[in-house]
Design a protein around this ligand. Structure first.
Ligand SMILES: [Zn+2]
Ligand SMILES: [Zn+2]
Length: 226
């Protein structure tokens, strides 16, 4: 699992770094040293993410643990999209509150300074976390697999969304159309324009996928134009 997470990181971050090179030539110029650190910490995080993921995969296959199911008829079809949105919301909720906690000055220095050393972040920063922060991130999806009945294809979609959004939010430019980002719907979604502001200002825009908690708690400072 560690190898899968590591290769997935290298392949997808590499792909989006290449797209960045084509679409925004020179954007990562002079950031070689930072990118090397981002890759190093990301591979370390891949090692950590692989452990609970491996336990879940083994427990599911060998012992029937977890609530992952593969028969589409086991639950009503409408549950598939609902479980996807529910898992995204629960992941977002966990991320928002642990992220805010990690911005307390004393916690920040230990847990979260590594992630914010990316100034500006690049496509390689998606998993650039201190090992302690990586532990807080690595347990979420495995825990959800025990709590929420989830079809294996929905789980794959959840992991894809997690991977792609983690990368595009740090890429340093907006890949989604302005019309979507600045729409009423976009006001509830997190893309690079929103997370980039977090990396600029630190004390706002703590969410992961949705702006619900940021709006509710008054920590949403809108988007920037990376
Ligand atoms: Zn970030
Ligand atoms: Zn932060």
């Amino acid at each position: 699992m560690t190898a899968i997470v590591g290769v997935r990181y290298l392949a997808t971050s590499g792909l989006f770094a290449w797209v960045t090179h084509r679409r925004r030539p020179g954007l990562y110029e002079g950031l070689d040293k930072q990118i090397r650190a981002e890759i190093g910490y990301s591979l370390l995080s891949a090692g950590i993410y692989g452990v609970p993921a491996g336990v879940v995969a083994w427990g599911w296959q060998a012992h029937g643990w977890t609530r992952i199911y593969s028969d589409p008829a086991a639950w009503p079809l409408w549950w598939m999209p609902v479980s996807l949105v529910l898992c995204l919301f629960l992941h977002d909720t966990w991320f928002y509150w642990t992220h805010r906690w990690m911005h307390r000055p004393r916690v920040f220095r230990v847990f979260h300074a590594v992630h914010h050393a990316s100034r500006p972040p690049t496509a390689w920063a998606a998993m650039s976390f201190h090992p302690l922060e990586a532990v807080t991130g690595a347990v979420v999806i495995p825990a959800l697999a025990f709590l929420v009945p989830i079809h294996v294809a929905v789980l794959a979609m959840l992991l894809t969304i997690m991977t792609v959004m983690g990368i595009t939010n740090h890429m340093g430019w907006e890949i989604f159309p302005r019309r979507l980002v600045e729409s009423r719907f976009g006001n509830w979604l997190i893309t690079a324009s929103h997370h980039h502001r977090h990396h600029e200002n630190y004390r706002c825009n703590y969410g992961l996928y949705f702006r619900v908690w940021d709006h509710l708690c008054g920590t949403d400072r809108g988007i920037s134009r990376p």
